[in-house]
Design a binder for this molecule. Sequence first.
Ligand code: CS2
Ligand code: MG
Length: 401
Amino acid sequence: MKIVDAKVFVCCPGRNFVTLKIVTDEGIYGLGDGTLNGRELAVASYLSDHIVPCLIGRDPFQTEDIWQYLYRGAYWRKGPVTMTAIAAVDVALWDIKAKALSTPLYNLLGGKSRTGVMVYGHANGKTIAETIDEVGRHVECRYLAVRAQCGIPGLGGTYGVAAGREPYEPAQKGLPSEQAWSSEKYLQFIPTLFAELRKSHGDDVHLLHDVHHRLTPIQAARLGKALEPFHLFWMEDPVAAELQEGFRIIRQHTTTPVAVGEIFDTVWDARTLIAEQLIDYLRMSLRGGGLTPLKKIAAFAEMHHVHTGCHGATDLSPITMGAALHFDIAVPNFGIQEYMPHANVTLDVFPHGYRFADGYLYPADTPGHGVDFNETLAAKFPYERAYLPVSRKLDGTLWNW
Ligand code: CS2
Ligand code: MG
């Protein structure tokens, strides 16, 4: 089998997505996701200008060799644009391989290790009362795990809080908006939110929270300690993670489990975190180079009692969600999968076979990863410039969003 063509599509059905379609001489095609929120066109160019010409004529079954060719062979390693582009190719090739062998992708990854993939949904409220209601709505829909985010009194909009009644979507059309931030106000407020959530919803539902890189290690240690009575499933991205050693401070002070990694590109971003057991869950999904490296990273994590918790925000297309579910159902040290459902207009462009029932997602049982792409419909939704917001402290200093 040989690759005869590869096409890159950029479309905006509700939000922007970059999609790669690799076509073989036997007519089988594979689909990969190359979406990098706010930097979509850079990945599209990396793929069409620099990668696609190198793929033509290659054997799509050689997932390992092609991955090494694109990673080592470029000389310039790592970086979000490169790794997102490689991920698109890698996932498309695994899709082709599974389709050619006429089996669901999970069978090439070790087969099913569990019956379903536990997911967590997002409860986002402007006030504690709204967040309590949102968690309740998820419990009614039979979610077993819910991430709770809330507006902070005294600050305007913040991460995780929608402007109106529509579902939260962090990227906004146009240039980046600015949001005010105060770690002091946040630290004062969040323990009260979780105390109220436990009062209203009891101890059974798993509660999660995303700090979104905003604290310093000692502040994160304080938050983790304050949240211990409410036994969170995890505290996510408590600090920006360039300095992996910084997590030692958090670990020395609190037993609240820590999850990190949605912006990591390679295992090197997490090597110390995993080897020193400074985290409990690794949030990398397929965007960091695809399935080929994620399998290896998960095996390394397994040796160190670290579980997976794949990123599943709406800026990863249904292709990433669909393929991640095959990984989740197969990997021995699976922890949880984030599930932020896509808008219906997005799902129309990406017909898919995965489904939600009683707190679990189930991957498609059809050959490949089970997510398709409607090119004709996608063409009706051209790219629209959109960015994530930026954060500034109350004195104007630029801070982590
Ligand atoms: C987030 C994301 O899902 C998460 O945990 O942190 O919403 C993140 O902000 C976006 O993926 C950014 O593109
Ligand atoms: Mg996050």
